[in-house]
Design a protein around this ligand. Structure first.
Ligand SMILES: [Ca+2]
Ligand SMILES: [Ca+2]
Ligand SMILES: [Ca+2]
Ligand SMILES: [Ca+2]
Length: 398
């Protein structure tokens, strides 16, 4: 719409010029005529006294003096390469503007500004010369808050997992520091970007104590260090053997304890369904009897030392198969087992004497069809036959 109007106006003006007729044609604005006739037209006066002041690490306030009465607006040009660097248009402002806030800036960085006014009439825009340059440097940001909750735990015998809490929203990154002498001297274990909260320190030596702390940093400097947390990656156990017993449905494990720092040992087993922990043992353990081995299944084992919630490398592996005549049936659910047995850890085990209510028992180890024991007075029942008395009233044996 405005473009069409402009074209109409221009055409009329050209027609008027060639005809030498009334220059004050009602469809031609006076500004167009003045600009055209004067050549440079209504060029507004240049602004002056430009000033830049850093309001924060991310904001610069720019001000200038408006010296014109006929401007359409002002342009703010900015350089991040110094006063003699390259300026680029940053903002176009309306008439009579004398301030501009430049936000989202980088701390500790110089920004330079210069301003010019402009006048637009029809399709013609003319610019004043630029004001003086004004440069200022954003201040350094405040130092970030210290991280907390540093927690070191062995990932394996030669690596430590470190995690911490990020308490700052202005850090440029984190530096993890390591001490091999209980915190007397520190060296950097790595420098990382912002908002990271974990790091794995590889290349550690088993049985060697190591301490960590974390520092957040930005252009303003370092935070205080976090708490210090220490651990010692334990040496892995070795020489694991697995031997099936011939007189009972069990597999005996033995291994060599190679660590002087472990909190305990964990026994891992795979019966073909994936690895899972089957035993947590105290420090200095060197044997374990797995009494839940079923028939026709090969059981594989590893042992690892525990320390501070982490682990050593795995021991070598060993495997065995239940060989006793009494090896229980393996199962994948209770329906695979005979009456009186339930499926626990993929093995059918008797439930009538295990001290818990399971199988079809109406109370602990009594009632139901599978167990011979009847429930005593006061125990739970479903039918009269669950009770020794033969009387089940409102679910309770009488
Ligand atoms: Ca003005
Ligand atoms: Ca952060
Ligand atoms: Ca030990
Ligand atoms: Ca039971």
């Amino acid at each position: 719409m405005s473009l069409q109007r402009f074209r109409l106006t221009g055409t009329l003006w050209i027609a008027a010029l060639f005809a030498g007729c009334d220059r004050h044609h009602p469809l031609a604005p006076p500004g167009v005529q003045a600009s055209a006739v004067a050549g440079s037209g209504a060029t507004p006066a240049a602004p002056s006294n430009t000033n830049a002041t850093a309001a924060s690490p991310s904001q610069m306030n720019v001000s200038w003096q408006d010296n014109s009465t006929n401007e359409t607006g002002f342009e703010v040009h900015r350089s991040v390469t110094g006063p003699s660097g390259s300026f680029a248009l940053l903002a176009s402002l309306s008439a009579n503007a004398t301030t501009y806030s430049n936000t989202g800036l980088t701390a500790s960085t110089q920004y330079c500004y210069k301003i010019r006014s402009f006048g637009t009439t029809g399709n013609k825009t003319t610019y004043s010369s630029f004001s003086n340059n004004a440069c200022a440097t954003t201040p350094a940001p405040p130092r970030p808050a210290a991280p907390s909750g540093a927690d070191a735990r062995p990932a394996r015998s030669t690596a430590v997992d470190l995690s911490w809490t990020d308490n700052s929203n202005n850090e440029d990154g984190f530096r993890v520091e390591r001490s091999l002498d209980a915190g007397s001297t520190w060296t950097s274990a790595g420098t990382f970007g912002p908002n990271l909260t974990s790091f794995q320190d590889v290349g550690r030596v088993s049985e060697q104590p190591v301490c960590y702390r974390v520092i957040a940093f930005n252009g303003g400097g370092d935070s205080p260090p976090s708490n210090t947390d220490c651990t010692t990656p334990p040496a892995a156990p070795s020489g694991l053997t697995a031997t099936a017993l011939v007189d009972q449905p069990s597999i005996d494990l033995t291994w060599k304890d190679n660590s002087g720092v472990e909190d305990g040992f964990e026994v891992l087993r795979d019966a073909g369904y994936g690895w899972s922990a089957v035993a947590e043992l105290p420090a200095n353990s060197t044997s374990y009897r797995d009494a839940s081995a079923g028939s026709n299944t090969t059981y594989s084992y590893h042992v690892r030392a525990k320390k501070d919630g982490g682990f050593s490398d795995l021991s070598d592996g060993a495997s065995a198969q239940c060989v006793a005549a009494t090896c229980p049936a393996t199962c994948n659910g209770n329906l695979d087992c005979d009456l009186g047995y339930i499926c626990t850890n993929y093995v059918c085990v008797p439930h009538c004497g295990d001290g818990v209510r399971d199988g079809d028992e109406s109370d602990v180890d009594c009632g139901g069809d599978a167990c011979a024991a009847r429930c005593a007075a006061g125990q739970t029942c479903s039918v009269p036959a669950d009770c020794a008395s033969g009387i089940c009233s409102y679910g309770i044996c009488q």
